[in-house]
Design a protein around this ligand. Structure first.
Ligand SMILES: [Zn+2]
Ligand SMILES: [Zn+2]
Length: 362
C-alpha cells in the first residue's frame, strides 16, 4: 500500500501503477512508476477510459514534433479515489468524473470569462521522471480539483469524449450560433462530427462537405441536414445553391488543408465567419484578401481548446443524453495493449479508439 498524505483516500490504492510512455515516434511501452499523490486542492483519479486524439496520433506517427518520453492521453474519464488538502469540500471519493480544464478564478482571463488564457488551464500536465504529458495513458492521474467534472452515470468511454465535444461547443459559442443559421463543416472526421453536433444543438442548419462517402453517411447519422460529396460536386457552388446564393454564416474547417481553406473562405456569406479548427502539419499557406473581407465584414479566427463552461456543458450533454456520441467510438483496447490501440488509431478513416483501464486490484 502507498502511504498517502492526502486528506481523503480510498484505502485500496497500490504503491505503483502502469503508464504507457512514448519514447519516440512509433515506440510506446508500458512502464511502472510510483502512484502519484494529490497535493493541495488536487485529487487523484483512477482512470477508466482515455480516448486517443490527434495530438497523440501525430506524435506517434511522427508528423508533429513532440518532446519524448511522452505520456499522452488528454480525453479522460475515471473515479476520484483520493483528495488532497483543501479539496474535499468540492468532491467526494467515488465521484465519476471527466478530466477537463482548471482555472485560478482570479487572473485577467478568468475574470473576463476567457479562462483558456489562464496559466492553470493546462495545470493537469504530469511528470514521471523524464516522462511528461497529459497523462491519460496510465492507471491514475493527479488533477486540480476544479478541473474535474461530474459525468453522473454516463459510460466512461463516452464520457472520455467530453474533451473533443467541449472544443466544438467552444467554437459554437465563439461563433454565437443562432437558430436556423447556415453552418458548413468541412471534414467529417471525429472533430467535424463533434462540430455537427454542437452546431445542431445551437439550432443551426448544418451542411457537411467531405470526400469520403462513409464519413458522409456518418455525418447524416449524426444529424447533418445536407451533405456534399466534394469528390463530385463543387462545394462552393453547392453551398451557394443551398443558401439561396448567400453562402454560409459560419464555416468550420475541421481539416487543415489549403484547398479546403480556399473553398471554405469562398463559401462565406456577408458577415460570415471562418473557423480554423484543425492544425495542419506541415502548415499550409492561408491567403486573406483584405478588401473583400472589409467590404463584406467577414472574419477568420482559430479554435484550439475550450473553456470551463464549454467543458461543463459537454459533460451535461453527455450525462443527460443530450447527444449520442456512441457512433464515434470505433473500438476499445485495454491499456496494456496501447501499442495496438495506437496502430489502429492512426489508420486513415478511423473514428475514436478508446483505451480502457480496468479497476486496480486491491
Ligand atoms: Zn482531444
Ligand atoms: Zn486564471
Amino acid at each position: 500500500m502507498a502511504t498517502l498524505t492526502a486528506e481523503r483516500v480510498d484505502a485500496t490504492l497500490p504503491a505503483t501503477m502502469e503508464i504507457g510512455a512514448m519514447s519516440a515516434p512509433g515506440a510506446i511501452s508500458m512502464r511502472t512508476v510510483a502512484t502519484p499523490q494529490p497535493g493541495p486542492k488536487e485529487c487523484l483519479v483512477r482512470l477508466r477510459s482515455t480516448a486517443i486524439c490527434t495530438w497523440e496520433q501525430r506524435s506517434y506517427s511522427g508528423v508533429q514534433h513532440n518532446t519524448f518520453p511522452f505520456v499522452g492521453g488528454h480525453e479522460i474519464s475515471g473515479d476520484v479515489v483520493a483528495i488532497g488538502p483543501g479539496g474535499a469540500n468540492q468532491l467526494s471519493i467515488g465521484d465519476r468524473v471527466a478530466i477537463g480544464p482548471s482555472s485560478c478564478g482570479r487572473c485577467h482571463w478568468c475574470l473576463t470569462g476567457q479562462d483558456r488564457g489562464c496559466k492553470l488551464h493546462y495545470a493537469g500536465a504530469v511528470k514521471y521522471g523524464e516522462a511528461w504529458g497529459p497523462g491519460g495513458f496510465a492507471e491514475y492521474k493527479v488533477h486540480p480539483v476544479n478541473g474535474v467534472y461530474s459525468i453522473g452515470d454516463a459510460p466512461y468511454e463516452i464520457a472520455s469524449l467530453a474533451e473533443p465535444l467541449s472544443c466544438a461547443l467552444h467554437a459554437a459559442r465563439l461563433l454565437d450560433l443562432r437558430v436556423s443559421q447556415d453552418v458548413v463543416v468541412l471534414g467529417a472526421g471525429v472533430m467535424g462530427l463533434m462540430n455537427v453536433l454542437a452546431a445542431k444543438k445551437h439550432g443551426a442548419r448544418v451542411i457537411v462537405s467531405e470526400i469520403d462517402p462513409d464519413r458522409l453517411s456518418k455525418a447524416k447519422l449524426m444529424g447533418a441536414d445536407e451533405v456534399i460529396d466534394a469528390r463530385w460536386e463543387d462545394p462552393v457552388a453547392r453551398v451557394k445553391e443551398l443558401t439561396e446564393g448567400r453562402g454560409a454564416e459560419a464555416v468550420i474547417a475541421a481539416i487543415g488543408h489549403q484547398k479546403a481553406n480556399e473553398q471554405g473562405m469562398g463559401m462565406l456569406s456577408e458577415r460570415g465567419r471562418y473557423v480554423l479548427f484543425a492544425a495542419a502539419h506541415p502548415e499550409p499557406e492561408f491567403t486573406i484578401q483584405p478588401n473583400p473581407m472589409h467590404n463584406r465584414e467577414t472574419g477568420v479566427f482559430g479554435v484550439v481548446s475550450k473553456e470551463q463552461q464549454d467543458f461543463y456543458t459537454a459533460t451535461r450533454l453527455i450525462r443527460y443524453g443530450g447527444v449520442d456520441l456512441s457512433p464515434l467510438v470505433e473500438a476499445t483496447y485495454p491499456l496494456a495493449r496501447l501499442r495496438e490501440a495506437m496502430d489502429h488509431a492512426i489508420k486513415p478513416g478511423t473514428y475514436r479508439i478508446v483505451v480502457t483501464q480496468e479497476p486496480a486490484q486491491g
